[in-house]
Design a protein around this ligand. Structure first.
Ligand SMILES: NC(=O)C1=CN([C@@H]2O[C@H](COP(=O)(O)OP(=O)(O)OC[C@H]3O[C@@H](n4cnc5c(N)ncnc54)[C@H](OP(=O)(O)O)[C@@H]3O)[C@@H](O)[C@H]2O)[C@@H](O)CC1
Ligand SMILES: Nc1ncnc2c1ncn2[C@@H]1O[C@H](COP(=O)(O)OP(=O)(O)O)[C@@H](O)[C@H]1O
Ligand SMILES: [K+]
Length: 496
């Protein structure tokens, strides 16, 4: 498990740290780590460190200061260092002096001989000759899109980039990118990850994130990211004294005559995710029986028998029959995972919420379009949007995406950064619904159930796409993802 802390939380911790440790000492510690990771990248790309060339992009604040100090440490290893100063009058003075004393060169990014981009001739040359570039344009204090000169420089870089703290152009709080931004090979960050490293485009732009301990005491994180080991440790498996009933029976109300696949995928995922028993209720009972013989299938919810949770929504339609299915499931007073048409129905008819038993956990799993129907466009700050909607509707809300966000009504937020896009295939959301339904039936806390399910779902997709999680991937369909769920569960349990 790891956390991500907001810039505000980091700044508060920074102030407390500076009462004990002088600021320059902290900066040197941070910069030394940047230099170490830069040397590693140089070695990877050029099979050496000495006599290689590193160009620093130096902005107006301490992020640029870190880059300058890193340049000094690289000089000690014989690296040629050129700093391009974006705001010469605001450059970190001590950093600039230490780099110069160590034999580094510092020039104005917008120096003489500039072409229409505004980049000076020497600066353009330094960018071209760089084996690695260090991005110290902006870090925690970034606001809005990169300014024009910074944007031009970032556009021009061809060498691999080490980002200091955050890739410039990424919003530290939301991970949103609105214009040109650095795509780092490695991001070296200090004290704790920031939301920008795990959310949205920031996840992709950060590359590999290296965390450096600089002695910050950060408190409770804004966001939590689960590891394989966390998920494996909590994943429900049968005890010697369990029966098929005691592990929790999952009910699935999904699919229709037109969409039997949704029924098969949701039910199949419930079968693969946990042991125990799965009941299916709906118009696709025949295809479900023929594909999944272990499922007890009936035509209607009233005939389904007792269950501990319902996975409901995919393929049920938004007409009268879908509406009736939702009403019956909500009235059953069991834990519910509602997806797809359920979200559209709840968004369109607020009276449907009245059928809900307030004591039974309710999870909704919208994709972005469904979320917009329910709670409006999530915009760039998805965490805030999901947290507010979870509170407003008193549900656990899972917003799907490359970074899946799970908010509880009490404000807790989990993020699952997939790190790849293999789940992006039709029907894979149905699989997620089935996995969550199964975890709810086992009695797991519904917020954690969503976090566990999103984690295993993304892992299953990666295992299915790459054969064993290591090889080169190939496109998959949701059926392959479904079949890989047991392997994903084995993988996380082995890590626990
Ligand atoms: N926290 C810690 O414990 C430690 C933190 N450390 C380091 O300090 C960093 C934070 O430093 P910081 O606060 O000086 O600000 P920083 O991010 O360098 O920004 C500088 C200036 O950039 C500008 N600017 C803003 N937006 C912009 C944009 N879109 N495009 C272009 N420019 C933009 C704006 O200046 P303006 O031009 O508006 O005057 C802003 O003031 C942190 O990320 C880490 O690297 C480490 O040393 C170790 C300990
Ligand atoms: N680019 C992506 N990267 C990673 N995961 C993705 C991406 N796009 C979609 N997913 C995941 O795939 C699933 C798609 O669900 P959904 O949109 O409901 O599809 P469907 O309705 O076809 O089943 C979700 O779990 C979502 O998080
Ligand atoms: K940066």
């Amino acid at each position: 498990m790891y956390g991500a802390w907001t810039p505000e939380q980091v700044r508060d911790a920074e102030q407390r740290l500076f009462e004990r440790v002088p600021e320059p000492t902290v900066m040197r510690r941070a910069a030394y780590a940047v230099a170490v990771h830069t040397a590693r990248l140089l070695d990877e790309h050029t099979s050496g460190v000495a006599a290689r060339h590193v160009t620093l992009l130096v902005g107006a604040g301490n992020n640029g200061g870190d880059a300058l100090w890193a340049g000094k440490f690289l000089r000690r290893r014989g690296v040629g260092v050129t700093a391009l100063l974006l705001s010469p009058e605001k450059t970190h003075a001590a950093g600039l002096e230490t780099l110069r004393r160590a034999g580094g060169r510092a020039i104005e990014a917008a120096g003489p001989g500039a072409d229409t981009s505004g980049i000076g001739a020497d600066a353009a040359d330094a960018l071209e000759r760089a084996d690695v570039v260090i991005d110290g344009i902006v870090g925690l204090s970034a606001r809005g899109p990169l300014r024009p000169l910074a944007a031009e420089l970032v556009d021009r870089v061809e060498a691999p980039i080490v980002a200091v703290d955050l890739p410039s152009g990424v919003d530290p709080l939301t991970g949103a990118v609105d214009g040109p931004a650095v795509s780092a090979q490695v991001t070296v960050t200090f004290g704790g990850r920031k939301p920008g490293h795990v959310l949205g485009a920031g996840l992709v732009r950060s590359g590999g994130v290296e965390l450096v301990d600089i002695g910050l005491d950060l408190g409770e994180p804004e966001l939590t990211v689960l590891s394989d080991a966390d998920v494996g440790a909590g994943w429900p498996v049968p005890s010697p004294f369990d029966t098929k009933y005691s592990q929790g029976v999952v009910g699935v109300a999904a699919g229709s005559a037109n969409f039997p696949g949704a029924a098969v995928l949701t039910s199949g995922a419930a079968v693969h995710a946990t042991s125990g028993m799965v009941r299916y209720a709906g118009p696709a009972a025949d295809p479900v029986r023929s594909r999944l013989p272990e499922i007890v299938a009936t035509g209607s919810i009233t005939d389904a028998g007792r269950v501990q949770s319902w996975a409901v929504g995919p393929g049920i339609g938004t007409g009268a029959s879908g509406r009736e299915v939702l009403r019956q499931v909500l009235e059953a007073g069991r834990a519910v995972c509602g997806d797809a048409d359920v979200i559209t129905l709840l968004a369109g008819d607020p009276t449907l919420w009245d059928a809900r038993d307030p004591d039974a956990p309710l999870v909704l799993t919208p994709h972005e379009g469904e979320f917009a129907r329910l709670a409006g466009d999530p915009g760039g700050d998805r965490v805030t949007a999901v947290r507010e909607a979870a509170r407003r509707y008193d549900v656990v809300l899972l917003l799907k995406g490359n970074s899946t966000i799970v908010a509880a009504p009490d404000g807790r937020v989990l993020v699952n950064p997939a790190g790849h896009a293999w789940p992006s295939t039709a029907g894979s959301g149905d699989v997620l619904t089935g996995i969550i339904g199964a975890l709810l039936a086992s009695g797991l806390d519904s917020w954690l159930a969503c976090g566990y399910a999103a984690h295993v779902h993304a892992l299953a997709a990666s295992l299915a796409a790459s054969g064993d999680g290591q090889g080169v991937g190939a496109p998959i369909g949701a059926s392959a993802l479904l079949e890989a769920v047991p392997e994903a569960v084995r993988t996380v349990r082995a890590a626990a």
